[in-house]
Design a protein around this ligand. Structure first.
Ligand SMILES: CC(C)(COP(=O)(O)OP(=O)(O)OC[C@H]1O[C@@H](n2cnc3c(N)ncnc32)[C@H](O)[C@@H]1OP(=O)(O)O)[C@@H](O)C(=O)NCCC(=O)NCCS
Length: 362
């Protein structure tokens, strides 16, 4: 039996519309100075199309990089907390769009940790022989669920998607060790009531986004450090052995903390939060796809990744890259351009929520 899950394809999808910090300051009491100094974010993308569309483009790009016929896929996992619908899932839309007729299809929601969670379980499924060729995706359209009147959270997030193809292999590569966990005592510090408990009959236009940034920050530091330590312990590797750090992109200060913990210098830490903000489950696969494109990943590199998100879910993984750092087929498909600017897409959402809060007397 083949024992490893080699990453044979990678791809991303970023919507074309860019929302800058200055754009945000036109309707929120915020500033480029505050956002960039506290978070490292300069701009983010806003999608005019649904999560499934973003996921599909990222999937097509990953399949092109692997040069794999979608009919050979036997499992698709989409990490997302912003599905287009509650039923059916995003993975089934991707399955249909790409023609992966033999693939079981499921969504996984561990908020921002979903991609690493998906990779963890997909790798295990490949190792047991249950699945052989798996497509994992992180895709989010967070700009549709944010409260655009709440400056604390609205400035942090953006839309995007990324994907990887994992294939059973004898080569000792892929996710070699991973640790995923959940600090559920803190599940209320990041929440959005829009599941089956959602009271649609009493809905007044506000989906309450509860967000306690400082508490998330503190627990993220603790959780990610513990997960990284566990991965080091399991692999027997030390900070000396790490060639690159590709972390979740939630706050530049958190990334700097992790880099210090892993003793990885700046030039070996992949940071793109300045361009995309926090795209939740999509941060990791987008960062991997860009790192490969930009030559930051070399054949055989050992890469540490760490994530955290609502739940509070958390995790870390050690990935050994394979021999190939070039896509077999071009993997640069993009979302078709929309006819609205990012600000034109967001302003109606801001107006709508502002009015709803006023009607509630706030
Ligand atoms: C959200 C986060 C950037 C806030 O940074 P912080 O340094 O902790 O800032 P604070 O929450 O203490 O707020 C400091 C001040 O800035 C104000 N502020 C908050 N958001 C602001 C904004 N967008 N623009 C201007 N001022 C803002 C606050 O009202 C507060 O004002 P006060 O001192 O007058 O009360 C930080 O906590 C964080 O990155 N958390 C983790 C990331 C995260 O949660 N990601 C989502 C899950 S993956």
């Amino acid at each position: 039996m083949k024992k490893y899950a080699e990453i044979t394809g990678w791809g991303k999808c970023l919507p074309p519309a860019v929302l800058t910090n200055d754009d945000l300051a036109t309707f929120l009491d915020t500033s480029d100075e505050w956002i960039s100094s506290r978070t490292g974010i300069l701009e983010r993308r806003v999608s005019h199309l649904g999560t499934s569309e973003l996921a599909t483009i990222a999937a097509r790009n990953a399949l092109a990089a692997a040069d794999l016929d979608p009919k050979e896929l036997d499992l698709i996992i989409v990490g997302t907390c912003t599905p287009d619908e509650i039923i059916p899932n995003v993975a089934s839309a991707v399955q249909r769009n790409i023609g992966a007729t033999h693939a079981a299809s499921l969504d996984a929601n561990a908020a921002c940790s979903s991609f690493l969670y998906a990779m963890h379980f997909a790798t295990q499924a490949i190792k047991t022989g249950a699945h052989k060729k798996v497509l994992i995706i992180g895709a989010e359209r967070l700009t549709r669920i944010l409260d655009w009147t709440q400056r604390e959270s609205a400035v942090l997030f953006g839309d995007g998607a990324g994907a990887m193809v994992l294939e059973a292999s004898d080569n000792e590569v892929g996710l070699l060790s991973s640790h995923v966990t959940c600090d559920a005592d803190a599940r209320d510090v990041l929440s959005l009531d829009f599941g089956l408990s959602f009271d649609r009959f009493g809905f007044d236009g506000i989906m309450e986004f509860s967000f306690v940034g400082q508490e998330i920050f503190k627990r993220a530091v603790k959780g990610m450090s513990a997960s990284v330590e566990k991965v080091f312990a399991e692999t027997g590797l030390t900070t000396e052995d790490i060639d690159a750090l590709i972390p979740h992109q939630a706050n530049k200060r958190l990334i700097d903390f992790l880099a210090k913990l892993c003793k990885v210098p700046n030039e070996k830490t992949v940071i793109n939060i300045q361009k995309y903000g926090n795209t939740s489950s999509a941060t990791l696969p987008i960062a991997y796809a860009e790192a490969v494109e930009q030559g930051k990943i070399k054949p055989g590199d050992k890469i540490m990744s760490a994530v955290f998100g609502g739940g509070l879910t958390c995790g870390a993984g050690l990935i050994k890259w394979g021999d190939r750092v070039t896509p077999k087929q071009p993997n640069d498909r993009q979302l078709p351009a929309g006819d609205k600017s990012a600000l034109e897409l967001i302003l109606p959402l801001h107006e709508h929520t502002k009015k709803a809060w006023e009607q509630r007397g706030k």
